[in-house]
Design a protein. Structure first.
Length: 259
């Protein structure tokens, strides 16, 4: 399906791996131009392949908790492309900062998982208003289900949803749409690393997927990515302030629906 994204420029935070990398790949499938903001570089062959199709595509190294680095990255993106049509706030990590952690650790987690969403939206806003652009914020099913032991991440991702509605209201008159995607249990390198921390990773994974009603399987990163790209596109041109849950029914369907 042609989504009308050809030549449009999208800033994707955390776009070097996992869900972010899948979003970047789907944007390329639509002939868009992603700008990856991440601490680590994408794999060299992946970046080279992308640049062969869209030379303006690049990776900009940035610590998203550093306001000055964020400002420099957005300025560099504008210098290279002359515009920003959309922002995908994706970067973050479930850092297991629970109630037993120090308040300072809680605040630091909010910096890693929430504050830079605001920083990036603030910095990209003039360009987004000019283009009548779109923002998609990535949240987490943790805000719907709870998890235990992750107070800071839950608070951050809940804040992401609150900001989604707030920005949608504030920017409607500017023609800027703002939506959120809420992934469930999604198989990414970060998730695989988490599983390896258990004595029996296969048994842990089997227990998780038994509680995913649709297909008893993990969500694929590409399934998150296609939802994000749709919301960025003109096909979602009258959709704003919405929260799309992509989780195989994990968050909302009865737990008796196990396979």
């Amino acid at each position: 399906m042609e989504l009308g994204l050809e030549g449009k420029v999208f800033v994707v935070t955390g776009g070097s791996s996992g869900i972010g990398a899948a979003i970047v790949e789907e944007l390329f499938e639509q002939n868009a131009v992603p700008i990856i903001l991440d601490r680590k570089a994408p794999e060299a062959d992946v970046l080279a392949r992308h640049q062969s199709r869209a030379p303006s595509t690049d990776w900009i190294a940035v610590d998203l908790t550093d306001d000055d680095q964020c400002a420099a990255a957005v300025a560099e993106a504008m210098k290279r492309t002359g515009k920003i049509d959309g922002l995908v706030n994706n970067a973050g990590v479930n850092d297991a900062v629970g109630l037993d952690a120090r308040p300072a650790d809680f605040r630091a987690s909010l910096d890693r998982n929430l504050v830079h969403y605001y920083t990036m939206a603030h910095l990209c806003l003039p360009a987004l208003k000019t283009q009548g652009g779109s923002i998609v914020n990535i949240s987490s099913k943790v805000v719907l289900t709870g998890q235990g032991g992750t107070s800071a991440y839950a608070a951050a991702k809940g804040g992401v949803l609150a900001l989604t509605r707030e920005w949608a209201a504030e920017l409607a008159s500017d023609g800027v749409r703002v939506n959120a995607v809420i992934p469930g249990e999604t198989m990414t390198p970060m998730y695989q690393a988490w599983l390896k921390g258990f004595e029996n990773p296969d048994e842990k994974l089997a227990g998780i997927v038994r509680n995913i009603p649709l297909g008893a399987r993990m969500t694929k990163p590409v399934e998150i990515a296609t939802s994000v790209v749709f919301l960025l596109s003109d096909w979602a041109g009258h959709t704003t302030g919405q929260m799309l849950v992509v989780d195989g029914g994990y968050s909302h369907l009865d737990r008796a629906l196990t396979l």
